[in-house]
Design a protein around this ligand. Sequence first.
Ligand SMILES: Nc1ncnc2c1ncn2[C@@H]1O[C@H](COP(=O)(O)OP(=O)(O)OP(=O)(O)O)[C@@H](O)[C@H]1O
Length: 229
Amino acid sequence: MTDIALQLVDVLKTHDSGAQKVVALDRVDFTLERGELVAIMGPSGSGKSTLLNMAGGLDSPDSGDVIVNGQNLVTMSVADRAEVRRTQIGYVFQDYNLIPTLTVAENVSLPLELDGVKEAVAREQALKGLAELGLESLADRFPAEVSRGQAQRTAIARALLGEGRLLLADEPTGALDSNSSEEVMMLLRDRVDHGATGIIVTHESRYAGWADRVVFLRDGAIVDSTSEA
Ligand SMILES: Nc1ncnc2c1ncn2[C@@H]1O[C@H](COP(=O)(O)OP(=O)(O)OP(=O)(O)O)[C@@H](O)[C@H]1O
């Protein structure tokens, strides 16, 4: 394994917006070392979510390369990309993406079961992950029966399962009060300190303070980068 968890090389991404083309990422180069937690900040529309979607293999660039743990997501097959996503990447979406017909625990254990982990073992791991976020009592409720903050923490529990993951979190504290937000940041930090690697998109500099480095985007380009070190 290399020491680089993620590399974007000269990534260009445009979106069609009516008759116009919007440049969402303008030939971005970005490297994330294993064990780093990086915060991405920037004005609305600057390309933060697009960058995360590229990193997570949810969308493909027009040109350039996206390399996760030494594997180029751009040149691999759709099936291989799906497997990298499932086994090596944990994604926390802005809108949680919980499956409404599955319970909280089932939502968290589903990716493990898709990986072939036996149902009982997957449930046990899901319950452990939920307990870390104070959600064990909600395990058998459905997403519609929990609060927005609890749904967000469920999505985070799901993303955190699995060792040494690349965690990609788009505004993970968006739906949470400030105490819960601090807890979530502490958890992400702790997970990174124990072998994971992460990117958090955030609008709030106080949460960016948990990161090792803050990268600022503007008009689809990285304009500045700070380091705590
Ligand atoms: N599916 C899409 N179709 C058309 N344009 C899009 C699409 N997704 C994003 N864009 C445009 O691409 C640019 C970057 O969007 P992106 O969502 O990455 O920004 P962001 O920094 O995450 O914004 P926010 O902070 O508001 O979430 C914006 O101009 C946006 O309008």
